[in-house]
Design a protein. Structure first.
Length: 555
C-alpha cells in the first residue's frame, strides 16, 4: 500500500488489503472508494471482505468498479457524486491508483469546472500523468452534452469501410456518417496481382480518397489512436475526440514485413518483390520478364492473410509467362508455404494441381520464410518435419516473391475491442461486437473465420448495414453473414479457377455450374477477374449497389 494525499479531503492508493486498514484509520480516512472489479487479479482482496473489516475501524466502503479500458465520464460523475456524499477524508484505490486519480479529477472537471491543468499538476506531483486521459474523458462528456455525436463513425476508408458507409446510405439518408481515414489514396488491391503479371498498369488500381468517399459521408483525414468504448468515443492522432452512436471498425490488417529478418532492407531490389504492395508489384513483372533461367521462389506465411490465393496467383502467372516465352524448362519453381496443403477448400485443389504439374513447380509445405539475405540471394525457412520437429532450410534464389506475415493493426491489438489474437471480436454472423453492442466490425480486421478478401467485405457490407439499422429501431430485416469469400485464382493468362466458399469451406457459387464451374479453369472467369470485378468494385461495391451479393435474413 502506498497512500498519497491529493488534497485535504482526498487520498489515492494502489491496491489495499485488510492488513492496511489500521494504518488507513490512523490517517483519519473515513471512506474508501474501491475502483477495482473483483477478481481483476487472483491475489486481490474481495471488496466485501474489505468492507466487512473496515466497519470495525469506523470506515465505510463504496464499490465503484471500472475496467481500466472502460473508464468513462459517467463513472467519473458517479465518483464525484459519491465523493460529495461521503464522509471525508476519502481514499480512492485501484491496482495502481491511476483509475481512482483519473475518475476523481474528471469528476471535478465535468461537475464543477475545475481547471484540468491544476488537477493534472497535483496528480503529477504524486506520480500520476492523467492530463490526456482527463482531457479526453471531458471532451467525450461535452460532446454528449452538446449533441456533438455522429450517428455512425467508420474507422477505415478501405474497401470495407467505404462499402459499409455506402450500404448504410443506400438504405437511409437520415444518419450522419463519418469515415476516419488518414490516407489520401484508395487502392484496388485485388488488381496488384494483375500488375505483377503485366496485365494492369499500377495507376489503374488507385484513386484519390476524396473520389471514393460516398456522398453523404464526411471524411476525417486522421488516424485513430485510442478507442474509448465506454464513452462511445475515439481519439484521433491530433488529440481530438470524436463521439458516436454506433462505431464500425474497418481498419484492415497490417503487413508485418519486419517479422522476416532482412526482408525490409532488400524489398524492391536484389530480386526480392511482392504483389502485396502497390510500389512493388511492377517490380514483380520486371523480374518475371527478365528471368530466363535460375531459381524462382514464391512464399506464403501462416494464416490468416488477405487473399490466401495471391501467393499462388503470382506463381501461376509468372510460370505461364515463362512457358510462353520458352524458358520455363530453364527455371526451377519452388512454392514454399507455411500451410500443410495447397488450398484450404479441397474442391478446388485438383484444378490447381494440374497447373502445378504443368509448370513443374515444387510444393514445399510447412515451410515458413524467416530470413532473407538479398545481396547474396539467400532465403531461410523454418520447416516442420513429420515428427513435429522444426529445422532451418536454406535456399538460393534469383527471384523471390514474398507474401508477408499479417496481423491486426497495432492500435487494434492494444484496444479493448480485440480478442486474444488481436482481431476485433465480433459475432461471425451478425458482425456485431461481442461486448459492445453499438460497435461493429467488417473486413480483414475482424476475427470472423472467413477468407479475408474484398469479396468478403462486399458480402458483409449489406449485412452490417441492415443489422446496425435494425439495432437502432429502423424497420430493417436483420441479416446473417454466411462467410462468403471469393478467390479468383489466375492459373494462366486468360484462365481463372473461380473459388467461392463460405464458413467451413461450404461452396457458395454465384453462377450455375453450366456457366462457371469452379473445378474447371475458365476464360469467362478471367473476363470476370480482368474486366468485370474492377468495375464492380469502383462503381457498385463502393457506391452501395449490392450486385452479386446474396444475403440471408436472420431467423
Amino acid at each position: 500500500m502506498n497512500i498519497k494525499p491529493v488534497s485535504d479531503s482526498f487520498f489515492v492508493s494502489d491496491a489495499i488489503t485488510v492488513d492496511d486498514l489500521p494504518n488507513i484509520a490512523e490517517l483519519g480516512i473515513k471512506t474508501i472508494i474501491c475502483n477495482r472489479p473483483d477478481e481483476e487479479e487472483s491475489t486481490q482482496t474481495p471488496f466485501k471482505t474489505l468492507e466487512h473489516h473496515a466497519l470495525e475501524f469506523g470506515v465505510s466502503c463504496i464499490h465503484l468498479p471500472v475496467v481500466s479500458t472502460d473508464i468513462d465520464s459517467s463513472v467519473a460523475m458517479q465518483m464525484a457524486n459519491e465523493f460529495d456524499a461521503a464522509e471525508t477524508p476519502v481514499l480512492g484505490y485501484c491496482r495502481s491508483g491511476f483509475r481512482s486519480m483519473t475518475l476523481w479529477a474528471t469528476g471535478k472537471v465535468i461537475k464543477y469546472g475545475c481547471d484540468i491543468d491544476e488537477l493534472s499538476k497535483s496528480a503529477g506531483n504524486i506520480g500520476y500523468d492523467i492530463k490526456q486521459s482527463v482531457q479526453r474523458l471531458t471532451q467525450a462528456y461535452l460532446n454528449q452534452q452538446q449533441g456533438k455525436v455522429i450517428d455512425v463513425v467508420i474507422v477505415g476508408g478501405g474497401a470495407a469501410g467505404v462499402a459499409a458507409a455506402s450500404s448504410i446510405l443506400s438504405r437511409t439518408k437520415a444518419l450522419s456518417i463519418a469515415i476516419i481515414e488518414p490516407s489520401g489514396t484508395h487502392y484496388y488491391q485485388p488488381g496488384w496481382t494483375m500488375v505483377g503479371a503485366g496485365v494492369f498498369d499500377k495507376e489503374r488500381t488507385k484513386r484519390a480518397m476524396q473520389e471514393v468517399m460516398p456522398k453523404g459521408a464526411d471524411w476525417i483525414p486522421h488516424a485513430v489512436t485510442q478507442f474509448m468504448p465506454a464513452c462511445s468515443s475515439v481519439v484521433l492522432d491530433n488529440g481530438d475526440v470524436v463521439s458516436y452512436s454506433n462505431l464500425v471498425v474497418a481498419a484492415g490488417l497490417k503487413l508485418d514485413w519486419e517479422k522476416i529478418e532482412g526482408l525490409s532492407e532488400t524489398l524492391g531490389e536484389n530480386g526480392v518483390t511482392s504483389n502485396y504492395r502497390f510500389d512493388l508489384a511492377p517490380y514483380t513483372w520486371e523480374l518475371v520478364s527478365n528471368l530466363k533461367s535460375g531459381q524462382a521462389i514464391f512464399t506464403q506465411p501462416p494464416m490468416p492473410i488477405k487473399c490466401a490465393g495471391a501467393p499462388q496467383k503470382a506463381m501461376y502467372l509468372s510460370a505461364d509467362n515463362w512457358l510462353k516465352n520458352t524458358c520455363l524448362e530453364n527455371i526451377n519453381i519452388d512454392f514454399c508455404s507455411a500451410a500443410p496443403t495447397l488450398f484450404g477448400v479441397e474442391h478446388y485443389v485438383p484444378a490447381l494441381m494440374s497447373y502445378v504439374e504443368k509448370y513443374r513447380a515444387n510444393l514445399n509445405f510447412k515451410h515458413n520464410l524467416v530470413k532473407v539475405d538479398g545481396p547474396n540471394r539467400m532465403a531461410w525457412f523454418e520447416k516442420v518435419d513429420q515428427d513435429g520437429q522444426t529445422r532451418l532450410v536454406e535456399k538460393t534464389f534469383d527471384m523471390l516473391h514474398v507474401c508477408p506475415p499479417q496481423s491486426a493493426p497495432d492500435f487494434i491489438k492494444k484496444s479493448p475491442l480485440s480478442d486474444q489474437s488481436g482481431w476485433v471480436d465480433v459475432d461471425a454472423q451478425s458482425l456485431q461486437h461481442k461486448r459492445y453492442p453499438n460497435i461493429w466490425g467488417i473486413g480483414d480486421v475482424t476475427n470472423t473465420p472467413n477468407a479475408k478478401t474484398a469479396a468478403a467485405a462486399r458480402a458483409q457490407a449489406p449485412v452490417l448495414a441492415c443489422n446496425l439499422l435494425a439495432s437502432i429501431g429502423l424497420a430493417i430485416q436483420p441479416l446473417n453473414y454466411q462467410g462468403y469469400g471469393s478467390c479468383p485464382l489466375t492459373v494462366e493468362l486468360g484462365k481463372v479457377v473461380l473459388a467461392e466458399f463460405g464458413y467451413g469451406g461450404e461452396l457458395m457459387p454465384s453462377f450455375p455450374s453450366w456457366i462457371v464451374d469452379g473445378k474447371t479453369p475458365s476464360s469467362l472467369s478471367w473476363t470476370l477477374k480482368k474486366s468485370v470485378l474492377p468495375e464492380l468494385y469502383w462503381h457498385a461495391m463502393l457506391k452501395g449497389r449490392e450486385w452479386l451479393v446474396a444475403t440471408e435474413p436472420r431467423t
